[in-house]
Design a protein around this ligand. Structure first.
Ligand code: PHE
Length: 451
């Protein structure tokens, strides 16, 4: 029988074809950076929660979900097609054929929607979940490249809000109760947005061409629900960037922040959008969102046509890097007190680099095996080997040559690995030893021929 593996106190069977988690991931999966009140990720998380709950206190907070979820929760319940690339082993860390490290916080939507529908259940925060919305913050996992903005673990906040459709017929000349409710709530948010000192200038292509609505929703419902979603997110943006400008000693009065809504696609929302914010000369992609597909609500046990709502997912790390001016994503994970002592609960402050330690480059070049029965190496597999051998001592890995011999048709790749520590100087000996391990592992696992 396959060996077992313990993760966050739970024992899982491994699977010879699926299991692809590494020691690195295993070591990072109980750090809970988002729960640390004076960690940049924790500070941003709290700021957004407080802002969204400042009107109406409509959101239950879930911040303790463990990272291993089922394939059903992460993909099936959200309508991912069976051939969706996100499901592949090169992109996702599988524990076995049924369990994986969540690739996004949407994996918990079903459970949280179920809790709203079952009043009396108490959320992690101890809040009664008869609230119409929820916020979930958690670490999420993806196999990916290695550079200053990519790390195999990062953080997201999921948000959702629903409205039950009124069962009774509306009185003559009146709109149904849930529509009236949506209108009132929307007005409250709009007023709050106008009161913010940071002004948001919105570019929004509201046409639903190529981004169709769901049949079960009326035009008014789509309109109001979308507005409620967009204004809620704009409120978060106004708050967060206002804090940043203030921390830079600036005044946000008359300050205008351009944002734009772009149509997007997610299997579990329709229509869907992404919001981008124009900051320091660049459009920054902030968050994906949309109106919850009815199938997701049906999967969570809701009656057909009973409920409408929206959902969003914000990546916290990029925002935190930008606001705290953190140059390398690895810093979030350091144990160095020179990093942690700089940040205070509720405050955005500029990171002061304590020292920049020199990096050192090593190249690895190899011929791929021509024996096609051998697993062809996916770039993320190479990244994973480097991570496993170097841990946080690797800053980036880049391909610098990809060449196919005209006669033999043999293909050769060359990668440049930049070793650099955030906390100390590296010795040549230790870098050479790591590089040797990377080379050996490539040969052992993928039968490449080193050049
Ligand atoms: N989970 C999506 C992502 O990781 C974001 C998202 C959440 C989009 C909720 C729509 C609704 O990109």
């Amino acid at each position: 029988t396959a060996p077992k593996i313990r993760i966050n106190g739970v024992e899982y069977e491994t699977h010879p074809e699926f299991t692809n988690i590494s020691g690195t991931i295993h070591n990072l999966c109980d750090r809970s950076l988002h729960l640390k009140p004076s960690h940049p990720i924790g500070i941003i998380r709290k700021l957004i929660e407080d802002k969204l709950n400042s009107t109406g206190n409509a959101y239950s907070i879930y911040n303790d979900f463990k990272p291993v979820v089922t394939v059903e929760e992460n993909f099936d319940s959200l309508g991912f097609p069976s051939d969706h690339p996100g499901r592949s082993k090169s992109d996702t860390y599988y524990v076995n054929d049924k369990h994986l490290f969540r690739t996004h916080t949407s994996a918990h939507e079903k459970e949280c929607f179920q809790n709203i529908n079952a009043p009396g259940i108490v959320s992690d925060s101890g809040a009664q979940t008869s609230k119409p919305g929820f916020l979930i913050s958690a670490d999420v996992y993806r196999r990916d490249e290695i550079d200053r903005t990519h790390y195999p673990v990062f953080h997201q906040m999921e948000g959702a809000h629903i409205w039950s459709r009124s069962k009774e017929m509306a009185k003559e000349g009146q709109e149904p109760a849930h529509i009236q409710k949506l209108r009132t709530e929307l007005q409250t948010i709009e007023k709050q947005l106008q009161g913010e000192s940071m002004k948001i200038e919105v570019e929004d292509d509201t046409s639903l061409a190529g981004n169709p609505k769901q049949d079960y929703m009326s035009d008014v419902e789509v309109e109001l629900c979308s507005q409620h979603l967009k204004r809620s997110i704009e409120l978060v943006v106004a708050q967060v960037f206002n804090k940043k400008v203030e921390s830079m000693g600036g005044v946000t009065k008359d300050c205008v922040l351009p944002v734009r809504w772009i149509k997007a696609y997610f299997p579990w929302t329709a229509p869907s959008w992404e919001i981008e914010v124009f900051w320091q000369g660049e459009w920054l992609e902030l968050c994906g969102c949309g109106l919850v597909r009815e199938q997701v609500l049906l999967n969570a046990g809701y009656e057909p046509s009973s409920t409408i709502g929206w959902a969003f997912g914000i990546g916290l790390d990029r925002v935190a890097m930008l606001l705290f001016e953190i140059p390398d994503i690895r810093l979030f994970w350091t144990h160095d007190d020179r990093f942690h002592s700089q940040f205070k609960e509720g405050k955005i402050s500029k990171f002061k680099p304590y020292s920049k330690y020199p990096g050192t480059m090593r190249d690895v070049a190899f011929w791929l095996p021509d024996d096609q029965t051998c697993d062809v190496i996916h770039e993320n597999d190479l990244m994973e080997i480097v991570r496993e051998m170097a841990g946080d001592l690797v800053e980036s890995v880049k391909i610098i040559d990809d060449f196919t011999h005209p006669k033999t048709k043999k293909r050769s790749l060359c990668y440049r690995i930049n070793y650099q520590s955030m906390d100390r100087n590296l010795t040549n000996d230790e870098v050479n030893a790591i590089q040797e391990n990377v080379r050996n592992e490539l040969v052992d696992k993928y039968k490449v021929t080193l050049r």
